[in-house]
Design a protein. Structure first.
Length: 305
């Protein structure tokens, strides 16, 4: 958009150019205008048009550079905030590991039960730290846009494999895990699909109370193939839905820490979906459950028409 002063100058110049053009045409038709004068007027008209075009172009470039600078500033601020949050996330398990390791070394944990508890906490917090670092590496690789492998993926089989992978975890949590998958396939990177669906299922089990149900669905829907993970868990409040894909954002921080969530899983899932040219949709009702959907384009699928 042009500012008010520039618009005024543009209209004035346009009026002058139009007037000059009419005068030149009239004089030329009557033969009253010498050729050198006519050439000079034409030259002035062309110079005016060039100036007008340059003014508009400079203004647009200025706006574009301002927008780019704003985006870079926002990205820089987000990166700094992420690094600060990441330092905090690393410091928490590291402090626990250090403290309980010291207790084991200096014999502050005297009884066998105290030593066992200290050792268990060291192992648990070390696992959390390792998961966090692994997730940071996953996110970094995706943001570097490493090569995406394209091959035919049977989504029904992928869902069945995911269910088998989480069968033990679901049993430990006393959650029923079921699969309802159509015969549908897409050309995509199976590693990225696995990561997204694994994250959906892991979260569904984590946030579904004992006696609940998690269902994995694969189906065709017009031009897309959909993998949906539905649970009967605690649900997500509307004010959190817009932020759950932010890095290190947690709806229930205490619960996530207790169950080993890194706070990066959904951020990585969204980045993986972008690499697949796919998108993620979420619907959730607090107290009733959530449904996370991965929508994959079917433009290159075969054998499912």
């Amino acid at each position: 958009m042009l500012d008010r002063l520039t618009r005024l100058r543009v209209w004035l110049l346009a009026g002058m150019l139009a007037t000059a053009a009419v005068c030149v045409a009239a004089a030329s038709a009557s033969g009253a205008l010498p050729a050198p004068v006519m050439a000079s007027v034409v030259a002035l008209v062309l110079i005016g048009e060039a100036w007008l075009a340059a003014t508009v172009l400079v203004r647009r470039l200025s706006r574009a550079f301002d927008h780019m600078a704003g985006q870079l500033q926002q990205a820089d601020a987000e990166q700094k905030r992420f690094l600060a949050d990441l330092a905090h996330e690393i410091a928490t398990p590291l402090s626990a590991v250090s403290g309980f390791a010291v207790a084991l070394v200096d014999h502050s944990a005297r009884s066998r039960a105290e030593r066992a508890e200290a050792a268990a906490i060291v192992v648990h917090e070390s696992d959390r730290l390792q998961q966090l670092l692994d997730d940071v590496r996953h996110l970094h690789r995706l943001e570097l846009a490493e090569s995406v492998r394209q091959e035919q993926v049977d989504l029904g089989a992928a869902c069945a494999e995911t269910a088998q992978r989480f069968r033990l975890a679901a049993g430990d949590a006393k959650v029923t895990l079921v699969v309802c998958a159509e015969q549908v396939s897409v050309r995509a990177d199976p590693r990225l699909i696995d990561y997204v669906v694994n994250n959906f299922v892991s979260n569904a089990i984590r946030y579904t109370p004992a006696g609940g149900r998690v269902r994995i669905v694969a189906q065709r829907r017009r031009s897309v193939a959909v993998i949906a993970v539905r649970d009967t868990g605690m649900g997500i409040a509307p004010e959190h839905l817009e932020r759950i894909f932010d890095r290190l954002y947690r709806v229930d921080e205490a619960r996530d820490r207790a169950t080993g969530g890194s706070g990066l899983g959904l951020a990585i899932a969204r980045r993986a979906a972008q690499s697949l040219n796919a998108r993620i949709e979420v619907t959730s009702t607090p107290g009733e459950g959530s449904e996370f959907r991965l929508l994959l384009p079917r433009g290159n699928d075969r054998g499912n028409q």
